[in-house]
Design a protein around this ligand. Structure first.
Ligand code: NIG
Ligand code: FE
Length: 427
């Protein structure tokens, strides 16, 4: 059988398989299913065979052969939680935080998310696309081949729809596959201060129906619906009102829970069958038990406490001990953590979540794919899946997470095509 592309001589080909058509759960997290001196054949953008180089080289003559030269070959990283579309920056707030101001103090003083909302409302869709494109380029260069992207810096119907428009345009032009999430409930906008329930009703009764009235297409899939359930953002009750309405309209759900204060968001996410609950830092033990028994995936964002110089991280080991499914994401945003690299997130997870390199890699690939509903198509190197593949410039996968601060990606292959990222030498 002739193929388009054959990758040969991976020192370790990490396949990182799905388990029973689902994420790797509990103590089974970290199953890399390594093929030594591995090879992978691609046809029409999909993986058609995997195995030892000696077997595949004979069976699959290819138009193009990439010799991995004894490097690690693995699935493209999947980033299941980003706020990558925004205008402007908050370097000034970072300077104030160094001087002692807290994230919530800045937010309550009219800065924080609201300062990015002002910049994003003022930006044209073209400006949003241009600013975001540069970030997506850096994400791709660092090995991210699919990313979830949230709205949430518009906080009024037209500006939220403008953000979705930017996501749709970027999805059409950029090699990274983008999966949209509507986060109209990211903050109470300043003009609704003291009228929080009114804004909640606006999200539930105007924004969600406006979204639901646009039938999904291949280039504009139905978004997930997410709420920031937190003191100073949305109460548990307001979160429930929005998510129950979203569910009734046919949307799948996500929730920002337990980033600072435990309000019961994890329990609510499990009750409503949310696809993921995200942050999961201050979650009480009994809610971790519920989560562990559910199909809801815990998406941990260790870049956020790191970016805020806080010391509490997701209790990953407790989640795994409860049998839960854990994924990792960057949470890239201008307030708490502007970081495009999932390699850094893997390094943080190894240290502060005490994951092994193998567990962190599975959490940032196959489990991340299931956290955005794409686990059947991406996230692992398995026959039939999309050929989103990384060649890492290391010979042992345990270097990933151990080493950090430089980009270890040598080559990105997206949908079977080698990508010229602008950062990588293309041979
Ligand atoms: O996930 N938690 C809420 N949203 C972001 C922060 C967004 C911002 O500060 O602009 C987060 O950390
Ligand atoms: Fe977030």
């Amino acid at each position: 059988m002739s193929t388009d592309l054959l990758i040969t001589h991976a020192s370790q080909l990490l396949t990182i398989p799905a388990h029973d058509h689902g994420p790797q759960r509990g103590d089974r997290l970290g199953d890399l299913a390594i093929i030594a001196d591995g090879a992978l054949a691609v046809s029409d953008g999909a993986i058609v065979a995997l195995g030892p180089t000696t077997d595949l080289a004979a069976q699959y003559p290819a138009a193009r052969i990439i010799d991995a030269g004894g490097r690690v070959v693995m699935p493209g990283f999947v980033d299941p939680h980003t706020h990558v579309v925004f205008a402007g920056d908050r370097a000034n707030e970072f300077e104030r935080r160094i001087a002692g101001a807290t994230y919530m103090e800045l937010m309550n003083a009219g800065g924080g998310i609201m300062s990015t909302v002002r910049a994003t409302r003022a930006a044209s869709v073209e400006e949003l696309v241009a600013q975001t494109r540069a970030r997506l380029d850096r994400m791709l260069a660092h090995g991210t081949t699919t990313a979830e992207v949230k709205t949430g810096y518009g906080l009024e119907t037209a500006a939220e729809l403008k953000m979705l428009d930017a996501i749709t345009r970027l999805a059409a032009e950029h090699p990274i596959d983008l999966v949209p999430t509507f986060l109209g409930a990211h903050a109470i906008p300043a003009e609704y201060k003291g009228r929080e329930d009114e804004y909640t009703a606006l999200v539930a009764n105007e924004m969600l129906p406006a979204l639901a009235s646009q039938p999904p297409t291949a280039s504009r899939p139905l978004p997930f619906v997410d709420v920031f359930c937190e003191d100073g953002a949305f109460t548990l009750d307001q979160t429930r009102r929005i998510l129950e309405k979203a569910q009734a309209l046919g949307f799948a759900l996500k929730i920002h829970v337990d980033e600072f204060e435990p309000l019961g968001g994890t329990r609510l996410g499990v009750e409503l069958g949310a696809i993921s609950v995200d942050h999961v830092v201050t979650t009480p033990a009994e809610e971790i038990e519920l989560l562990g028994r559910s199909d809801t995936i815990a998406v941990s964002l260790p870049g956020t406490p790191f970016g805020l110089a806080q010391h509490a991280y997701t209790p990953a080991r407790a989640i795994l001990a409860a049998g839960g499914a854990l994924a990792l994401a960057t949470d890239i945003n201008p307030g708490t953590t502007w970081n495009e690299s999932l390699q850094l997130i893997v390094a943080l997870a190894c240290r502060y979540l005490q994951l092994t390199q193998a567990q962190a890699l599975a959490a940032a690939t196959i489990n991340a794919a299931y956290a955005i509903g794409r686990g059947e198509a991406i996230g692992s190197l398995e026959v039939g899946k999309q050929a989103d593949v990384l060649i890492m410039d290391v010979s042992d996968y345990r270097a990933i997470g151990y080493r950090y601060g430089t980009n270890l990606v040598q080559t990105v292959i997206k949908h079977g095509k080698m990508i010229e990222t602008g950062f990588l030498p293309v041979r």
